[in-house]
Design a protein around this ligand. Structure first.
Ligand code: ZN
Ligand code: FE
Ligand code: FE
Ligand code: ZN
Length: 268
């Protein structure tokens, strides 16, 4: 199996050395580990109130360090990924910057809505003062724009707006169906991201119904722990794999140089 969503200490809110993350992947018998640390927001001329990404001048070192690790790892394949913030007004800038980059895959994530880092615990209080239906509407609008941009191979934690347990009154089904259609149409994948299990919502991203809508539409699926510490690599993967099989998923998608290949899921 593979874990395609692993952070490093460069983002200032993760801990552990690359070697420690790799050792944990090895211990669990994973075939691949993919680092996907936070792309420097500084390069997008965006300064959040809390620094959550590496600095622009650290990007090169990150790329070199992940590559070096891969060269010294005989058992576990090491992939070079990145998690990029989707900011609608930065699309063209990002397109230019990412075009020459050597990543195996690019995860696009929506973490900001009108300047609010809504996945950050420090600002979670804000949910109490917002219309939750409206928030979900805006969130899915941004996710759909991210798909349509064609910039990303994978959308990160695709329903992370539920992270703190605030649920809308209206049904999400129409969002799921429309988003799944758009993902399929643009060849964008999703990840089953197990980190939500350790968040207040205590659930994987996405919801099972959303996952099923994606599978029905033929959307590629990868797997990620969103580890911010070595012991989180592969967290809840047995459960995640059972869920994928139950939901009818028969294959996982891996990436090399932004090209997809298929790993058949064993079992029944
Ligand atoms: Zn992070
Ligand atoms: Fe994220
Ligand atoms: Fe992440
Ligand atoms: Zn993430």
């Amino acid at each position: 199996m593979l874990d395609y969503h692993v952070h490093t200490a460069l983002c200032r809110h993760a801990e552990g050395t690359l070697e420690e993350f790799l050792a944990e992947a090895e211990r669990q018998g994973l075939e691949e580990i993919g680092f996907a640390d936070h792309y420097p927001l500084g390069l997008l001329n965006y300064t959040p109130r809390n620094q959550v990404t590496m600095d622009p001048q650290e990007l090169e070192g990150y790329i070199a360090a992940v590559r070096r690790l891969g060269e010294s790892s005989p058992r576990v394949k090491v992939k070079l990924g990145i998690e990029v913030d989707y900011l609608p007004e930065r699309e063209e800038l990002l397109r230019k910057q990412l075009s020459g980059c050597p990543f195996d895959y690019i995860i696009g994530s929506v973490h900001f809505m009108e300047g609010w880092d809504f996945t950050h615990p420090v600002y979670a209080e804000t949910y109490h003062h917002r219309d939750i239906d409206q928030l979900y509407r805006r969130y899915f609008e941004l996710v759909q724009q991210a798909c349509a941009s064609g910039l990303f191979d994978i959308i990160g934690h695709i329903d992370v707006i539920k992270k703190f347990g605030f649920r809308p009154r209206e049904s999400l089904e129409p969002y799921w169906v429309e988003t799944a259609r758009l993902l399929a149409e643009t060849g964008t994948g999703i990840e089953l991201n197990t980190a939500g299990r350790d968040a207040p919502v205590e659930e994987f991203y996405p919801d099972r119904g959303f996952l099923e809508a994606c599978l029905a539409a033929g959307v590629p699926v990868t797997l990620g722990s969103d580890a911010h510490a070595p012991h989180q690599v592969g967290r809840y993967f047995p459960e995640a794999l059972a869920l994928l099989r139950e939901a009818g998923c028969r294959q996982i998608t891996s990436f090399s140089g932004r090209r997809r290949s298929i790993i058949t899921l064993g079992g029944n």
